[in-house]
Design a protein around this ligand. Structure first.
Ligand code: 13P
Length: 717
């Protein structure tokens, strides 16, 4: 049977004045003018003194007023008490009974609670009966026993079960910010229902609603409410905020309840594993909860000092290499550069693709460290085959599941109603890769994490395959391991050119490190976001992860890492702008820094960060401004003094094949070039040398720029 949801707001002895209470009700009215009573009951428990005066406004919102307590007595000489009938008399038809604060702070026994319930039954009052175990009891394995005892005392007094709601509130979760995990709450509430069945019969067990209470917020409610034995919430602290209405909305006409079964079925049919499903469910839950993904300035402190690569003192320990995996993220298609295959197949320099260079780097590292380094790739469903083919000539790298694991797929979400996107013309368009934050669930779900740990691997160095500066560095590995940090991010100093990208910061509340991406910055804080003097560091996506700590985090969070979720608006068929609007839910792997307590960061030289995002980067890389070293890394020529040339190609060269046509004879010399701007159709002859700041323009038909030295000038062809 389906039970109607019920959400309670237990204000306890708050707020300070009745005026504030009225203001809160007005805020709620703005946020959600009227609750859909057919879907959810909402009861509000103000301090007793205000019940009468607030009742009308509460009812006007489609909610009911609920007392926080009631006497076990009838009318008479009971100073300070009120009776169940008194409540009925002032049109209050609900009360809480047995809240843990009444039990622990005012000595209410199971017998007192039972007597109160009996009085309410006689008066026809609805009761929310609160039960739950203390931390000590949970840790002593007594959770179910305590709940049974508290509930068992009441069962003989109940004649009308329609007037009873149970609120399971683990005492350790009340007001602590420590919410029970959805699985913990579900497991306990299922046991409560099983006991009800045993003691009061199947019909009762089936219809009685069981709320969960204890640090419920709008951020965690969407996930909890998907559990079959959680029929709503009893909310304390979060019910004193305007955003309490987000909890009501998440529970009432819940998209999660309505849509999740469809997603689950779709993902199962597609063969997605449990971890992939759990990861998407978390992301979808965040979407439908309407949780605020913004990180305002007021919540942040800047990070001023960090350890620096040049100052590391640890003595490099080569033994650690045998416990370390080098992982390259290779899920990206080079769509931005007009490719429909893995971006890493692009030729970078001297006939080598990114993959060739990576393979040669690894072979070289094995030689120089005299160790058999473990190397793997995370591919996506669209890059796997091409990549394995391209790497087959480097058999010493490994093959099959020893060489790769494949990123998960996630369903696209219809933007208008959050239903699973449907595109029968080509159902492959209904799926998308869920961002590189999927690294963690993909490692877990593919069994790779477990396999590596079993084989004695403990650490992972992960970087993007288009960052050829990201090589294994024993000094960094040793520093990471000896620091004992579970997670470490290589960061570089932001310059004006990086001000639009994300930055590292400290969470004011916890002191922990986090990343703020531009999509997470409220508009009014944009100036501070771009202040590179204040927020000095950016994430290079070269990350170091303790695999044992990763496994612990998964365990702690029910098999999903709670990474910030980004909504990417697209059309279901990316090439058909008129097709259905969809949202792609993505996470970023660097954001995991906030999930690990004690995570750290290291400032590295720019040479470890040389990504190729555009054909501008590619042209520069192909030129003599960069050199290919003996260990197959690409570094800036020493003459450049650490500063890459600033190349701005016309939009017509955005795609790699167009850029190839611009330089049919190879890249021009850029070793002495500060800035190069190319505008209009042209080709560069063999032997073109740019120096200083040069602009080349052509507005007519394609022309060739003749060989020669061009220095600090604008050339019109
Ligand atoms: O006691 C509670 C509700 O009755 C829960 O309080 P919190 O939501 O503040 O943890």
């Amino acid at each position: 049977m389906s039970r109607k949801f019920i959400v309670g707001g237990n204000w306890k002895c708050n707020p300070a004045t009745v005026r504030e209470a009225n203001t809160l009700l007005k805020e709620w009215k703005k946020a959600l003018p009227n609750v859909d009573k057919s879907k959810v009951d909402v009861v509000i428990c103000p301090p007793a003194l205000w019940m009468s005066s607030l009742n009308e406004s509460i009812e006007a919102l489609g909610m009911s007023t609920c007392a926080q307590n009631v006497g076990k007595n009838d009318a008479g000489a009971f100073t300070g008490e009120w009776t169940a009938s008194n409540l009925q008399d002032i049109n209050i038809s609900w009360t809480l009974i047995g809240h843990s604060e009444r039990r622990t702070k005012y000595g209410e026994s199971d017998a007192d609670v039972a007597e109160k319930v009996a009085k309410c039954q006689d008066a026809g009052l609805n009761v929310i009966l609160c039960i739950g175990e203390t931390l000590e009891e949970r840790e002593g394995g007594k959770t179910d026993e305590v709940n049974k005892r508290q509930l068992g005392a009441v069962i003989p007094k109940v004649k009308d079960w329609d007037k009873i709601v149970i609120a399971y509130e683990p005492v350790w979760a009340i007001g602590t910010g420590k919410v029970a995990t959805p699985d913990q709450a579900e497991e306990t509430q299922a046991a409560i229902r099983a006991y009800l069945k045993e003691a009061a019969g199947a019909a009762v067990a089936d219809k009685v609603r069981i709320q969960y209470g204890g640090s419920v917020t709008r951020d965690n409610c969407a996930e909890l409410i998907t559990k079959p034995n959680i029929d709503g919430f009893l909310v304390g602290g979060a019910s004193l905020k305007p955003t309490f209405m987000d909890i009501v909305s998440a529970v009432g006409p819940s998209k999660m309840v309505e849509m999740w079964p469809k997603y689950e079925e779709k993902m199962k049919k597609e063969g997605c594993n449990e971890t992939a499903i759990a990861a998407f469910k978390y992301n979808y839950g965040v979407l439908v909860s309407g949780a605020d993904v913004m990180i305002p300035e007021s919540k942040l402190d800047p990070v001023d000092k960090l350890p620096e690569y040049e100052k590391l003192k640890e003595k490099p320990d080569p033994r650690l290499l045998r416990k370390t995996l080098i992982l390259k993220l290779n899920g990206g298609l080079g769509t931005g550069m007009g490719l429909d295959k893995a971006k890493s197949l692009l030729t970078v320099t001297e006939g080598n693709s990114f993959l060739d260079l990576i393979a040669k780097q690894v072979a070289n590292m094995k030689k120089s460290f005299k160790t058999d380094l473990k190397f793997m790739l995370m591919n996506s469903f669209s890059t796997s085959q091409d990549t394995l083919d391209a790497l087959s000539k480097y058999s010493e790298l490994g093959t099959g599941s020893d060489l790769e694991f494949v990123q998960n797929k996630a369903p696209k979400v219809t933007a208008s109603d959050f239903s699973p996107a449907d595109w029968s013309a080509d159902s492959s368009h209904e799926w998308c890769p869920p961002g590189h934050g999927d690294l963690y669930p993909a490692m877990l779900g593919s069994g790779t994490l477990e396999k590596l740990l079993k084989k004695g691997f403990r650490y992972m160095f992960v970087s993007n395959s288009d960052n050829l500066g990201a090589t294994m560095d024993l000094k960094i590995l040793t520093h990471f391991v000896q620091s004992g940090a579970p997670f470490m991010m290589e960061v570089a100093e932001r310059t004006d050119a990086d001000k639009k990208g994300g930055h590292l910061a400290k969470d004011k509340a916890t002191g922990g490190l986090l990343l703020r991406e531009s999509a997470q910055c409220p508009e009014q804080d944009e100036k501070e976001f771009q202040n590179v003097g204040k927020y000095k560091f950016f994430n290079t996506n070269n990350l170091w992860v303790d695999l044992a700590a990763l496994k612990r985090e998964f365990r702690k969070n029910d098999g999903a890492l709670p990474l910030p979720v980004m909504k990417n608006s697209k059309t279901v068929d990316p090439r058909d702008k008129a097709s259905t609007k969809v949202l792609q839910l993505e996470t970023a792997m660097g954001a995991a820094i906030q999930c690990f307590e004690g995570a750290s960061a290291l400032v590295i030289p720019r040479s470890r960060f040389a990504p190729v995002k555009t054909t501008n980067d590619l042209l520069a890389l192909r030129s003599d401004a960069y050199q290919l070293t003996e260990d197959f890394t690409i570094v800036l020529a020493p003459e450049r003094d650490g500063v890459p040339p600033d190349v701005k190609l016309d939009g017509m060269y955005k795609f790699a094949d167009a850029m190839e046509k611009l330089i049919p004879n190879g890249a021009p010399s850029l070793i002495g070039c500060k800035k190069l701007v190319i505008e209009g159709p042209m080709t560069l002859a063999k032997g073109v040398v740019f120096k200083g700041t040069v602009t080349v323009k052509n507005s007519g038909a394609e022309k060739e720029l003749a060989a020669g030295v061009y220095e600090d000038k604008t050339v019109e062809l």
